[in-house]
Design a protein around this ligand. Structure first.
Ligand code: FAD
Length: 423
């Protein structure tokens, strides 16, 4: 099945122009806004934040979503703000020994899946998507927090007042995973010239496995900065999801880790701590009336240990926009949303479960199980062909990786429409 390489222009032939209202201008909302606009609909995004500000650090964009970004025609400045990791290294926490290395990482994924792997600052992704959405005529309302949604008349209200549960008929609180993350950005000029700065300008992706903890680092902003994420057991009080952390305490916790990591941490002045949350799978993502749908983290939240939350949210955004481009009458909307749920729910939830599995794999304490893990990884390091059917490091598992990175929302939609066309 083939799909068009670019869909740069809105579909002016769409005879069923909808008013699509998107709550939240994050990864999923912005992606959906672009694809819905390209499908010829009128799109409004309502965003609680006053502006697209720097929150978090970087995003690893994998081929399953970079293929969408390419079709959406994001600007040159977006593509040049990314770093392309030369290698992906899984390391032992205490001394940085490489347990498993994939050389020419971005390049080999491009060969396999035909699309790029980018390490990029989160705000650069949001800005790239936002600029494209604006170009396509999407209307934005920043500083507007939605507190109530009335499905019957299709109006979304943002007046102050109590929260209103609309989909499940009950409150659905997120649950703590037991982990907390320090999110840090270090600019190349914040570290002395030499080894540390070279590590930033020569982009590598590093993941250190440690007892109950792990750390991730990669270059962003075309190799001018380093994004660092350090995961440790959560000690924030219940109900506190984000707090300024102590750089001293963080350094103390990671003192006996790989000396290069410790040297980077010496240059960190300010840190934020974020509680990592998840949520049980929900029965449905769509309402009875068939005019409301959840996408992204709201539908399948996932811990970031496979770096897929944003990638999945972009797949969702593309899929909903493409489906809405196929309908010819408003009466097909419930059917369209049902198709979205059928296409996306099993996949989104499977990625979330796989990400959770990585927590156990990364966080093993020193002992026989960790030694077994490390010797299995060592057997296949340096891009040796993995012969195990199901390899426990999902990133490189010969079954899971093609399923994850080889996904193309356009092709999947064409297949779905072919097997159950709208009537
Ligand atoms: C440490 C860490 C590292 C990560 N790394 C990666 C990675 O490398 N790759 C990857 O794919 N994913 C990664 N993720 C996950 C990724 O950030 C999320 O999964 C992704 O942002 C989800 O997109 P979303 O659109 O669903 O939500 P978000 O991007 O969070 O957007 C939601 C938006 O809705 C707005 N909003 C919320 N409530 C309201 C309201 N009531 N009214 C109006 N607006 C509202 C918010 O302000 C926000 O802008 C990481 C996450 C973390 C915590």
């Amino acid at each position: 099945m083939t799909v068009k390489e670019h869909d740069y222009l809105p579909d002016a032939t769409n005879s069923c122009r909808l008013d699509v209202i998107i709550v939240g201008g994050g990864m999923g909302g912005l992606s959906a806004s672009i694809q819905c606009a390209l499908s010829g609909h009128h799109v409004t995004v309502i965003e609680a934040a006053n502006e697209l500000a720097e929150t978090g650090t970087g995003i690893q964009v994998t081929p399953n979503s970079s293929t969408l970004l390419k079709r959406w025609g994001l600007s040159e400045s977006f593509w040049s703000s990314a770093a392309r990791p030369s290698s992906m290294n899984f390391r032992r926490y205490s001394d940085g020994t490489i347990l498993f290395r994939e050389q020419n990482y971005a390049e080999s994924l491009k060969k396999k899946y035909g699309s790029e792997t980018l390490n990029i600052s989160r705000v650069d992704v949001q800005k790239g998507l936002y600029d494209r959405a604006k170009e396509l005529g999407v209307e934005f309302h920043f500083g507007t927090k939605v507190i109530e949604i009335d499905m019957d008349d299709g109006r979304i209200k943002s007046a102050a007042g109590q929260e209103f549960k609309v989909l499940l008929g009950k409150q659905d609180y997120p649950e703590a995973t037991g982990d907390l993350v320090y999110r840090i950005i270090l600019n190349a000029e914040d570290v002395p010239a030499g080894e540390l700065r070279d590590k930033i300008t020569n982009p590598e992706l590093n993941i250190w496995f440690g007892p109950d903890c792990h750390a991730v680092s990669y270059s962003i902003r075309s190799g001018k900065a380093l994004g660092l994420g350090l995961v440790r057991p959560d000690d924030l009080p219940a109900g506190v999801s984000k707090k300024e952390g102590s750089a001293e305490e963080m350094r103390e916790l990671f003192r006996n880790w790989d000396p290069i990591l410790a040297r980077f941490l010496d240059h960190v002045k300010v840190v934020e701590t974020w509680k990592l949350m998840h949520r049980q799978e929900v029965e449905t993502w769509i309402n009875d009336k068939g005019n409301f749908v959840l996408i992204g983290d709201a539908s399948h939240p996932m811990i970031p240990y496979l770096a897929q939350g944003a990638n999945s949210a972009m797949e969702d955004g593309a899929t909903i926009g493409l489906i809405l481009g196929k309908i010819t009458s408003k009466s097909q909307l419930p059917q369209a949303l049902q198709m979205f749920q059928t296409m996306r729910k099993a996949r989104g939830e499977a990625v979330a479960r796989e990400s959770l599995k990585m927590r156990t794999f990364y966080h093993m304490r020193d002992g026989p199980e960790q030694q077994e893990r490390d010797s299995l990884l060592d057997k296949y390091t340096d891009s040796k062909r993995i012969i195990e059917e199901k390899f426990p490091l999902s990133w490189v598992c010969p079954i899971f990786q093609p399923w994850l990175f080889g996904y193309d929302a356009h092709i999947e939609l064409e297949k779905a429409i072919e097997s159950s066309p709208f009537v």
